[in-house]
Design a protein around this ligand. Sequence first.
Ligand SMILES: Nc1nc2c(c(=O)[nH]1)N[C@H]1C(S)=C(S)[C@@H](COP(=O)(O)OP(=O)(O)OC[C@H]3O[C@@H](n4cnc5c(=O)[nH]c(N)nc54)[C@H](O)[C@@H]3O)O[C@H]1N2
Ligand SMILES: Nc1nc2c(c(=O)[nH]1)N[C@H]1C(S)=C(S)[C@@H](COP(=O)(O)OP(=O)(O)OC[C@H]3O[C@@H](n4cnc5c(=O)[nH]c(N)nc54)[C@H](O)[C@@H]3O)O[C@H]1N2
Ligand code: SF4
Ligand SMILES: [Mo]
Length: 720
Amino acid sequence: MERQVDTITFSVEQAKQVMTTQCPFCSVQCKMEVVEDRSGRRPSYQVTAIPNKASEGRLCVKGMNAYQHAVSRERLLHPMIRKNGSLTRVSWEEALEAVGSRFAQLQAEHGVHTLGLYGGGSLTNESAYLLGKFARVALQTKYIDYNGRFCMSAAASAGVKTFGIDRGLTNTMSDIPLAECIILAGTNIAECQPTLMPYFTRAKDNGAVIIVIDPRVSATASIADIHLQVKPGMDAALVNGMLKVILDEKLTDESFIAARTKGFSAVKEHVDALNLEEIAGYTGVSVELIRKAAISFGKARTGMVFTARGVEQHADGHMAVRNFLNMVLATGKIGKAGCGYGAVTGQGNGQGGREHGQKADQLPGYRLIENPDDRAYIAGVWGIEPEELPSKGVSAYEMMELVHSGDIKGLFVMGSNPIVSNPNATLVEEALERAEFLVVADMFLSETAKLADIVLPVSAYLENEGTMTNLEGRVLLRPAGRPAPGEARHDWQILCDLASSLGKEKYFSFRQPEDIFNELRLASRGGIADYYGITYDRLRKEEGIYWPCPALDHPGTPRLFGESFAHQDGLAVFQTVDSLSPAEQPTEEYPLYMTNGRMLSHYLTGVQTRRSPVLTAREIENILEIHPLTAQKHRLEDGVLASVQSSRGTVIVRTKLNSGIREDTLFIPMHWGDAQNVNRATNALLDPNCRMPDFKTSAVKVQPLAEYLQELREKELMTE
Ligand SMILES: Nc1nc2c(c(=O)[nH]1)N[C@H]1C(S)=C(S)[C@@H](COP(=O)(O)OP(=O)(O)OC[C@H]3O[C@@H](n4cnc5c(=O)[nH]c(N)nc54)[C@H](O)[C@@H]3O)O[C@H]1N2
Ligand SMILES: Nc1nc2c(c(=O)[nH]1)N[C@H]1C(S)=C(S)[C@@H](COP(=O)(O)OP(=O)(O)OC[C@H]3O[C@@H](n4cnc5c(=O)[nH]c(N)nc54)[C@H](O)[C@@H]3O)O[C@H]1N2
Ligand code: SF4
Ligand SMILES: [Mo]
């Protein structure tokens, strides 16, 4: 079949190639122009920000240097198959045939559900949609999930339960400077969405009180008026304390509660019975500071709350977010200018990636795979019978457990590096080593791709046209700027090609991303995330369109919940939240908390940013943020190698003394693999409401590396 491969024209003789694109990294999706100049001995690149409504023409250091990995010599240029133990170049024909026949053979021997698919939030909407369709239609397996499970699942499920809808921000960024009080809870915007910081500094210039909740004085905490240095995993309790003060001081918005919500009386009863001193004990935050923060938020006429992974990546992450939403509702701060809630979405397409069917229990448009009407609708769009659709599968980490146990024998990974990003990485590594058949589609030989039986090379952001939905729910069209290098193909193309090799080409006869988007529009029509009214033509003319957008003449929906919430009765739902954390707590053997997160110059597992010379030069290895007194107690100086051990594994990192972190807490970034992978130590305890792992709270011990190695040697001698 003839397929239109690139929507651009490009000739190598051309001296200058001007590419209008979007940053491939975080959820802001800053627009930029990259100019490739081939007139010299080596190509040179110039990057300029393009003014737009989200980033207002700013770029951070990652965006400025994002072209570096895309033009890296380490890009994968052709498919590879493992032969005699090593990955060997083969043709696409051979690779596709091998994947198709091995998939078919495994399914014939072990049943359809022996295959699992694992996607990611950097895929375009078109590829994410197609991956979900590929799982359900081409393979008919129920096992599909994606890395966003580790990212947005707690906040997304909380939004659905409280508001009836999950969209990162309930309003536009331009509302931020109108807020009189802003809570930034477990969100380090200064390093993770840097180009958004001016919205917050503008609010501060307007007199807003900024409250930061974080165990560290993060870069974001530098703008805080009030900093609540909470113990890891204790956000739910902290908000109970703040709610109690808001109730005691009569700062609730009674008319809003009566008209727009339900379930408040149970929360009131629950919170009334709590003791503030006890909460101060759990959280490590004084009664005085809890009161100060609560009164600031309660008294402000307008206000916003933002949460991110610091609050959400816990075994009670869902409930912790719901408690923040309780506080938003109790004070009536939603649905009007300067008010609202934001779950600060992480990945470039973290928002769109979760709307169109990569999640184990969801179909496109946020439809549910277990709902008969939703099944019937999607089956109609896809031209199959509803009975042919599988039921729901399991979450990302649980899929790894099934690979480990041999229940899933073949795994297809597209757009993720699960060995580094899953909790309890040692088990995951073992699982992928045991897998009978592992296929990885990536731009680079990531830690996960190194273990694959077949590696498929994909195009990068400069090459792949498609839509991305940013953290505000704004759908943006990212054009392609140059052809993919070597034989690399687009993700969507690979899925169509694989479907052909499985004899399912009639369901995957797309010639270009726009065709896929047009089917996605139909599939999402009438769903919660309704994209029906959004077209490529409109996206080319307008700067971006906020979903829901149900009709071609609909302007999109920048601010939600002005009149009613998305539940059938229009009301938002309060939920009582327990103060006790289910997380692992320090013991005599493992006396400290370890939490983790990000640094400005690296992105996620670092596969891309570690291949950028400028970004790598800024941070060349993993570090351990540790309080000077804690370091001293554990015989550690600044800049030395230390081992951090939990009951699950050990990570080796270089100390960086920081008097701005709690004495009982260590912080380690997540951007490195192998011995420096923090996930060797993290805990895979899952949140029962959304299956988010408890990444951010592990009990650990720390010691100088030399001491740890000596102990290992002694143990080995004893067993010899
Ligand atoms: N530079 C950079 N930017 C990124 C990314 C990246 O890798 N690098 N990744 C993108 C993605 S996918 C995501 S999801 C976002 C993540 O964005 P964030 O969630 O903002 O990033 P983190 O650093 O994981 O965590 C934020 C803060 O939570 C704090 N924290 C840790 N434990 C707790 C706790 O128990 N309670 C509270 N209240 N705070 C706690 C940490 O100290 C940290 O400062 O960033 C996106 N942007
Ligand atoms: N300890 C700890 N662990 C965490 C977190 C934490 O805070 N702490 N955060 C979690 C979060 S929020 C997230 S989002 C996950 C992310 O975890 P991962 O999904 O592992 O993230 P990436 O490093 O972005 O991996 C993406 C891979 O896909 C490739 N890639 C990039 N773009 C494309 C594309 O368009 N197509 C294809 N096929 N491949 C592409 C990249 O080269 C890379 O190898 O990590 C989670 N893990
Ligand atoms: S990493 Fe995020 S803030 Fe930085 S340029 Fe890219 S999209 Fe913008
Ligand atoms: Mo994320």
